[in-house]
Ligand binder design. Structure first.
Ligand SMILES: Nc1ncnc2c1ncn2[C@@H]1O[C@H](COP(=O)(O)OP(=O)(O)O)[C@@H](O)[C@H]1O
Ligand SMILES: Cc1ncc(COP(=O)(O)OP(=O)(O)O)c(N)n1
Length: 268
């Protein structure tokens, strides 16, 4: 089994953040590990409080893992603050971490700033150059590029601009546009569209976390980036299609639908 690490925040309701990442890793047959950057008090209706973990404890979590365990891939999610970002970048460089997937988490669907706006430029400068792939949604790509994105052509232009900031590939997610949920992948030479029909559901809590951790799991298992993204897109589409009405608000996706179906664990 390959060992895959998530560096992200905890979501008490289990649909996004560390919890979504570890469920996704388990569903992909990789051994999941976590470095927690922040603890959120969160449910399907909103984020109510955040306690950041100190940079020193983040550094110690990273040391504990990299001193002991072979890490096949790393996913980075919520990173909160300037100093959090700097310590993560320094440690990943120190240990020569490979196959890094950066999900530049900025604002939750419920509108809470999970990244301090003052840290946006630090995320871009310190984490994007380390990334095998970066996976912004439309609002995040607009912040990173300073451009408005309303069409597929805008997405392609923005993906090219973000590639210029240092990552090896860019997956710009189309979940926030109207119409089909089409994502755009650009690797510096080719761009590819990954379409899916828009599934009619309110339960899309943690879709970005789940997609990026599926990409990390697939890369960690040895798939090339384009194949890892294609398989992850199929996984998130199934997870959204069978999403769960947990809680009173925006529910989570179903991380284990295909496995449970194969095992005959689902009621018809
Ligand atoms: N209603 C939907 N139907 C199908 N796919 C969706 C839907 N909403 C989001 N997606 C897909 O889920 C993934 C995560 O995208 P998005 O929701 O934009 O990310 P984030 O959670 O970071 O805002 C993308 O592949 C996107 O195309
Ligand atoms: C702890 C934590 N990390 C990240 C997010 C954002 O997750 P995302 O997949 O972008 O999903 P939504 O917030 O858009 O549902 C989070 N909510 N919590």
């Amino acid at each position: 089994m390959k060992n895959v690490l998530t560096i992200a925040g905890s979501d008490s309701s289990g649909g996004a953040g560390i919890q979504a990442d570890l469920k996704t890793f388990a569903a992909h047959g990789v051994y999941g590990m976590s470095v927690i950057t922040a603890i959120t008090a969160q449910n399907t209706q909103g984020v109510f409080a955040v306690q950041d973990v100190t940079p020193a404890i983040i550094a110690q979590q990273l040391d504990a893992i990299f001193d002991d365990i072979e890490v096949a891939a790393v996913k980075i999610g919520m990173v909160s603050q300037v100093e959090t970002i700097k310590v993560i970048a320094a440690k990943l460089k120190e240990y020569g971490a490979k196959n890094i997937v950066v999900d530049p988490v900025m604002i939750s669907k419920s509108g809470y700033h999970l990244l301090n706006p003052a840290a946006e430029s630090t995320l871009v400068a310190y984490l994007l150059p380390l990334a095998a792939i970066v996976t912004p949604n439309i609002p995040e790509a607009e912040v990173i590029t300073g451009q408005s994105i309303t069409t597929l052509a805008d997405m392609e232009t923005a993906a090219r601009a973000i590639l210029g900031l240092g990552p090896q590939s860019v997956l710009l997610k189309g979940g926030h546009l109207n119409g089909d949920a089409t994502d755009v992948l650009f690797d510096g030479s080719q761009s590819a569209y990954l379409p899916s029909r828009r599934i009619s559901t309110k339960n899309t809590h943690g879709t970005g976390c789940t997609l990026s951790s599926a990409i990390a799991a697939n890369i960690g298992r040895g798939l090339p980036v384009a194949a890892a993204v294609k398989a992850a897109k199929e996984y998130i589409t199934t997870a959204i299609e069978h999403s769960l009405s947990v809680g009173k608000g925006v529910g989570p996706t179903h991380h284990f639908y295909s496995l449970y179906k194969q095992a005959g664990m689902l009621e018809e």
